[in-house]
Design a protein around this ligand. Structure first.
Ligand code: SER
Length: 341
């Protein structure tokens, strides 16, 4: 008998580590995790972890011979800044990796006669506004607007959204007997901020980096201009969005790709919030024009009304609560502990 399980790829990343902690408490099924890296001790007892590559077909075959995968959280990806240095490698991981997982989920859906839920985090990077004038004029973008990404990562995310829709609605559409198709569900996240981990390889990283540097007492030079505005979300809300979307009844979902967001901040406002809690923080602005260009192409805000309407999405952590109840206490504890060890 194959063991039923929930699979999380990219499990050692920022979203993965937070998701493991939540699902270890709430999931009816055991967790199976996959990542190139080992998991830290803090979560390693909560899951069966496989260290390996999503591009390793033999490894994926071995997993499905042992497990009946009920739900997949496919989080493995190279983020936007990292992807610009190695675009073809990013395409392999972000697109070919997703295709391999979609194929695995398809075969599982067919084999068990029931759709596998395929939960996919996409990003504000799927958008690309041509200039600042347009960015200011369009403020809150809806899912189908400005889908002209400027980064390899954004192109990869947008295309994988389409692949997910294809695999869940049109896969092998000319076959005489239509297969049981997977159930693809996707959220486009804003910049995520975790109290527990520091991001790496993203372009929205200046927000969390500013905060973590302040808590450590280190100076920070922000790589975007003070006026740059993008949406953000605290990690508990990101996890909440993934879990809520997973649980939503299929009949309620009128789309497969949903914007979700919490608050929008300019980099200067972000600095001011950091200074409110860490008044000695040394934050300067030294824009890197190239990374700046990427953030300028991302929307200032997201319209998440479809998610609110269809599956009751609502952030629990607004700006004030994110800082005062989650980020500041969590980050302070993190560096106090690091200090004590
Ligand atoms: N945080 C991501 C990045 O900066 C955006 O999805 O690449």
């Amino acid at each position: 008998m194959r063991k039923r399980a929930v699979l999380i790829t990219g499990a050692a990343g920022e979203i993965g580590l937070a998701l493991i902690q939540t699902l270890a408490q709430s999931s009816q099924l055991p967790l199976l995790t996959l990542d190139l890296l080992p998991l830290p001790d803090s979560v390693s007892g909560m899951t069966t972890h496989v260290q390996g590559d999503i591009l390793d077909r033999a490894l994926l075959s071995r997993l499905v011979s042992e497990y009946e995968i009920d739900t997949i959280y496919h989080l493995a990806a190279l983020l936007s800044t990292r992807s610009e240095f190695t675009p073809e490698a990013a395409h392999r991981v972000n697109v070919e990796g997703t295709l391999a997982l979609l194929q695995l989920a398809s075969e599982q859906s067919e084999w068990r006669g029931q759709p596998v839920k395929f939960i996919f985090p996409s990003s504000i990077a799927a958008y690309g506004l041509p200039d600042l004038e347009t960015k200011h004029a369009y403020n809150r973008v809806r899912e189908w607007e400005w889908n002209y990404p400027r980064t390899m990562y954004g192109c990869n995310k947008l295309y994988c959204e389409q692949l997910g829709i294809y695999y869940s609605q049109y896969y092998r559409q000319l076959a005489a007997d239509r297969p049981v198709m997977l159930d693809f569900r996707c959220v486009r996240f804003p910049g995520l901020i975790s109290a527990l981990t520091v991001p790496s390889g993203g372009t929205s990283d200046y927000g969390p980096e500013m905060l973590h540097a302040a808590a450590k007492g280190a100076p920070y030079a922000c790589f975007v201009r003070e006026d740059v505005r993008i949406p953000f979300m605290a990690m508990p809300d990101a996890i909440n969005a993934l879990c809520k979307l997973t649980e939503a009844p299929q009949t309620a979902l009128r789309r497969r790709v949903y914007n979700v967001t919490s608050f929008s901040l300019s980099a200067a406002e972000f600095r001011d919030w950091v200074l409110k809690y860490f008044p000695d923080a040394k934050i300067t602005f030294e824009p890197d024009l190239k990374r700046q260009g990427i953030v300028d192409s991302w929307p200032a805000d997201l319209d998440d009304s479809a998610a609110r309407r269809d599956w009751g999405w609502q952030p629990e952590y607004d700006l004030e609560r994110s800082f005062s109840e989650y980020l500041v206490p969590g980050i302070t504890r993190r560096y106090q502990r690091a200090h004590e060890h």
